[in-house]
Ligand binder design. Structure first.
Ligand SMILES: Nc1ncnc2c1ncn2[C@@H]1O[C@H](COP(=O)(O)OP(=O)(O)OP(=O)(O)O)[C@@H](O)[C@H]1O
Ligand SMILES: [Mg+2]
Length: 581
């Protein structure tokens, strides 16, 4: 589970890292491109600003060179000449807005000046020294006490012999030069050889040294990105916190032009590009992640469902085998029951036979005696040569034998222990057989049996098994005979009623049923226990048999005896039921 979770979260984490790396790359590329463009524009700006400054100063340089050769300055030995020169220089200064224009002798003494800002001698000034050597001298300084920044051009004035007799110095007001571009963007400044800012379009930068400690603004860091020098600045509201720095050497005025351009817009553009890309990637990634999560949850739910289905299937198959076992047990129990029932039927039949055995043996004995008598008579007639009488006796013997055969056939069929199929049964024939089986007993007991098969006018077909149905009627007739024992008048009448259901009524003139609600219970008997009579099975077996034919048996008292009604299904062609022997 832990490793699964790790796997699950490592993918998004890896994706985020990849997006971050890509965004960084895009940012870097965009920044580089933007910086390149910015550097190009800034270089142009710086060139323009430098040109402007040097061009403006150039004017004063030319002024110095031209004025140095003015004839009024050729000889300044007299006060009058010096006054005239001063007059000239003043007018020149007025016209050119120079701070001062003055002429100094070779030894540095100022002979004539428009304003006299430098004092009486310039012998110590570098620019003057350059001029005395015959070259154009330049220099800058801050004039006291006004604190004005001045740029000096010193042009040598040559004597007729070629030597330097003095120098004409023009003092330009740097503040004036600046005036034209002060405040314009971006920050441009010019530093001298000493690294000090002397000209700038930001006043706070004046006299600033980048390397000096404890200055504002201060450069906290100077680094390079893609070949561009980037400064980090602090302490100035008018300077960018992060700026591209470019510089260009200006040997004409002996200074270096520098520019500081804010890189914030370039960074913003790069950041915007990176952010846009990251947003697109993240949106795609999020969509992908959601889809993957969905699939994962779906797969998990599926797995749970599958395991549940498996569990359910296992339970079901267990229940199934249990049910099957139960079914098998039921079937076995049913078979055992059937066997027991069959055994009971057989026992019932044997019991009935036992009851009837005395009557039957009497019934068989009688014809046997008769046969013996007829045979002896026949032999006597034969001796006397009376063939006709002999034949008569033999015919009687044959009749007797046929009668015995019929009785024995019925007994055999009744006692046979085998299951017979169900089907069409002729009720009249079945009742005839039962009557014939019980006839010896009824005769012995002197019972009057009233049964008229002719009233039925032909066969009555019922649904059932012949032997079993015979057993039912044998039982009913025997019961009726038992009930009437010791009575004077003994009548059993059997009738068949043909309707939608076939009904056979067996009625006697006995005392009636004592406990009608109990008589169908197995082993319920009111007859002497232990004797051959009275197992209490006759009615319960009959009940089961009639039910198995789809019929019904019930008993009631008529007032003058008991009546048992057997209801049976009439047999119909083509409506055979499943064989349930
Ligand atoms: N026709 C009848 N009249 C009066 N009582 C009857 C009649 N038929 C049956 N009974 C009563 O019902 C009881 C149960 O009859 P059933 O045939 O089941 O047993 P059984 O005749 O006593 O013994 P078995 O038939 O097993 O020899 C009888 O003992 C008897 O009391
Ligand atoms: Mg009985």
């Amino acid at each position: 589970m832990k490793t699964q979770n790790l796997l699950r979260w490592s993918l998004p984490a890896g994706f985020l890292l990849a997006v971050a790396a890509l965004a960084l790359a895009v940012w870097s590329y965009g920044y580089r491109q933007a910086l390149n463009g910015l550097a190009e524009r800034s270089a142009a700006d710086l060139a323009l600003a430098s040109d402007r400054v040097s061009t403006q100063l150039q004017v004063y340089q030319e002024l110095a060179v031209l004025t140095a050769e003015h004839p009024v300055l050729a000889d300044l030995s007299t006060p009058a000449a010096r006054a005239a020169a001063a007059e000239l220089l003043r007018s020149v200064a007025d016209k050119t807005a120079a701070l001062d224009v003055f002429f100094a002798a070779a030894d540095g003494r100022v002979l004539a000046a428009a304003e006299g800002v430098t004092g009486a001698s310039v012998a110590a000034a570098d620019y003057f020294e350059r001029a005395t050597q015959g070259a154009l001298g330049t220099g800058h300084s801050v004039l006291q006490p006004e604190g004005k920044r001045a740029y000096f051009y010193a042009a040598p004035a040559f004597a007729p012999d070629g030597g330097v007799r003095g120098a004409l110095v023009v003092v330009a007001d740097v503040g004036d030069v600046e005036q034209t571009w002060r405040g314009s963007l971006p920050a441009v400044f010019f530093t001298d050889e000493g690294g000090e800012v002397f000209i700038a379009n930001r006043s706070e930068l004046l006299f600033w040294r980048r390397s000096a400690e404890g200055q504002t603004p201060s450069v906290t860091d100077r680094g390079y990105f893609a070949g561009h020098e980037i400064w980090r600045l602090e302490g100035s509201p008018y300077l960018p916190a992060r700026a591209l720095h470019l510089s260009v050497g200006l040997p004409v005025i002996g200074m270096t032009g520098e520019i500081l351009v804010d890189v914030a817009p370039a960074r913003r553009i790069a950041a915007l590009q990176a952010a846009a890309l990251a947003a697109v990637c993240l949106a795609l990634g999020a969509m992908l992640f959601i889809v993957m999560e969905r699939r994962r949850t779906l797969a998990e739910a599926n797995a749970v469902l599958e395991s549940r289905v498996e569990q359910r299937t296992r339970d079901l198959s267990a229940a199934n085998t249990r049910l099957r076992r139960e079914v098998r047990e039921r079937e076995e129990a049913e078979a055992a029951l059937k066997r027991a029932q069959q055994e009971l039927v057989q026992a019932g039949k044997l019991s009935a036979l036992g009851q009837m055995s005395a009557g039957i043996s009497h019934e068989l004995n009688q014809p046997l005696m008769a046969i013996q008598q007829y045979a002896e008579n026949g032999a006597a007639f034969l001796e006397r040569g009376k063939a006709e009488r002999t034949g008569e006796n033999l015919g009687r013997i044959a009749d007797m034998a046929a009668r015995m055969a019929r009785i024995i056939k019925n007994l055999r069929a009744f006692a046979r222990n085998e299951s017979e199929p169900m089907g069409q049964v002729d009720l009249v024939q079945v009742i005839d057989a039962a009557v014939e089986l019980t006839a010896p007993r009824l005769k012995a007991d002197r019972i009057d049996l009233r049964w008229n098969p002719a009233a039925c006018a032909g066969p009555v077909h019922a649904w059932g098994g012949e032997v079993r149905l015979t057993q039912v009627f044998v039982n009913l007739i025997n019961n009726a005979a038992d009930a009437m024992q010791g009575q004077v008048e003994k009548v059993i009448s059997i009738s068949v009623d043909i309707g939608p259901r076939l009904q056979v009524r067996v009625q006697d003139s006995g005392p009636g049923i004592k406990e009608p609600e109990k008589m169908f219970d197995p082993f319920y008997s009111t007859k002497a226990v232990g004797s051959s009579e009275g197992m209490g099975l006759g009615l319960s077996i009959s009940y089961g048999l009639v039910q198995s034919f789809g019929g019904n048996i019930r008993g009631a008292n008529t007032g003058g005896g008991a009546v048992f009604t057997v209801e049976l299904e009439p047999w119909r062609e083509g409506a055979e039921k499943g064989d349930a022997a």
